[in-house]
Design a protein around this ligand. Structure first.
Ligand code: IMP
Length: 424
């Protein structure tokens, strides 16, 4: 099995968890490379639903080694809660989990800053998950972040925590007129985490590269999606990490020459959570219909997801910036009751036709999507187990996506259960 990166080619929530679960059977290691507990990867196994926020969903398979890479930001309370929650449900977590000593830690002041920043900007807010992700990556880039390795060294940890609190408390009191944070309670809380996390801490680049040298295969589990990527997304309505395939190298310490394939995951339509432009967003009646059929509510925050038609312009660009070699299409069954299905093939802006979106975010609101319409299939596809058994209109819809995207569709998913997916 080759080394494969799995990324979202839309705005996240494409169903990557399910695709990763399918591919994990044939892989040896699974590694998360960016994001944090803003992610929520849903996997249904044997009728039981698991929502993973930090631990790679590969942990649900016995004998796979799962790693939280250096590019991930780790909220230790969430990590420990997730470990305990999985154990209670009979999932073994022991020598099968590793946490990079270079991963950055989320602190209570990051969560507070995330919420205060959003409240302060008001209508222009990003609509973050409020988990402290942005402020933690801000500290990383500002070179004041506290990493897992720092937590293990008491003197270093004390020093860095004090320095951070001094700076953050000035912000809380002066800019936000908000309560400040005391050193001792945070120090004690995190000292408690130290011993519990220490057994999992590894030198992840060493472990991963040794595995490559031994001929083992690695699955790189992306979180969020291309259009939420800090560089390639709808900036500033993005997350703070590299959710594109390049992030897999940076966020794990495995070089680009070791990656064999990049699988892009897309929904058969489009969704987005939080603020920001969304050219193919449905009008209200269709929005409610697809949202309820597709259970389109955030796995992390429970927020209703915005839904719209498939946007081939965005996915085409995602294919370019990720070097996507194959596509997995999920939730095809959600379109089963639609008498017609539309695909956005370009945008119209001030009399011009655009084949790719502009970088300036204000122009997005002025663009009109150009659609082509296809007849729906009006048949239940949720029990279909091979491409040939799909209704002809559904096959034509997928073939049209392949033609537009110029990439092969290799997996189709027609429901949340492990069995409701097939290779093409
Ligand atoms: P943050 O990552 O919490 O800073 O949020 C920034 C933006 O990314 C917001 O629009 C969030 O709704 C969105 N976002 C973050 N994580 C996910 C995810 O896993 N799925 C979908 N959207 C996400």
């Amino acid at each position: 099995m080759p080394n494969i990166v799995v990324v979202g080619a839309q705005w996240g929530d494409e169903g990557k968890g399910k695709v990763i679960d399918l591919l994990t059977e044939r892989t040896d290691l699974v590694v998360r490379f960016q994001g944090g507990n803003n992610a929520g990867h849903t996997v249904v196994v044997g009728g039981r639903e698991f929502i993973m926020h930090l631990i790679p969903s590969g942990i649900l398979h016995r004998g796979k080694f799962c790693i939280i890479g250096n590019g991930v930001v780790v909220d230790p309370a969430v990590l420990l809660e997730e470990i305990e929650g999985l154990r209670k449900r009979g999932i073994e977590i022991d020598h099968n989990l590793g946490v990079s000593d270079q991963a950055h830690l989320i602190f209570p002041y990051h969560r507070a800053l995330d919420k205060l920043k959003e409240a302060r900007v008001g209508p222009g807010k990003i609509g973050t998950t409020g988990r402290g992700i942005g402020p933690c990556y801000t500290d990383k880039a500002a070179r004041v972040g506290i990493r897992v390795a720092d937590l293990l060294e008491d003197d270093l940890f004390r020093r860095k925590l004090r320095m951070n609190l001094e700076e953050k408390n000035a912000l809380f009191s002066k800019l936000y007129q908000a309560p400040t944070f005391q050193f001792e309670p945070i120090y004690e809380e995190y000292r408690g985490y130290r011993e519990r996390i220490a057994p999992y801490v590894i030198n992840a680049p060493m472990v991963l590269n040794r595995a490559v040298a031994e001929g083992k295969s690695i699955l790189f589990e992306g979180a969020q999606g291309t259009w939420l990527d800090i560089d390639h997304g709808t900036y500033p309505y993005v997350t703070s990490s590299s959710a594109t395939a390049g992030g897999a190298c940076v966020g794990t310490g495995v070089g680009p020459t070791r990656i064999d394939q990049v699988i892009g995951v897309v929904k058969a339509y489009t969704t987005r959570v939080g603020e920001g432009p969304f050219p193919t967003e449905f009008p209200p009646p269709l929005m409610e219909q697809i949202r309820s059929k597709g259970k389109e509510f955030g796995a992390t925050t429970g927020r209703p997801r915005r839904c719209g038609w498939f946007d081939a312009v965005l996915v085409k660009q995602a294919i370019l910036v990720n070097g996507i070699t194959e596509i997995a299409v999920t939730k095809l069954d959600v379109l089963d009751d639609s008498p017609r299905v539309s695909i956005c093939t370009s945008y119209r802006l001030g009399g011009k036709i655009l084949e790719s979106p502009p970088a300036a975010i204000d122009l997005w609101g002025k663009m009109e999507p150009v659609y082509e319409e296809h007849p729906g299939w009006l048949m239940d596809t949720s029990q279909v187990s091979c491409f040939e058994d799909l209704p002809p209109q559904a096959r034509r819809y997928l073939k049209r996506l392949e033609d537009l995207l110029r990439v092969k569709i290799s997996i189709v998913s027609v429901g949340s259960k492990r069995e409701q997916a097939f290779h093409v």
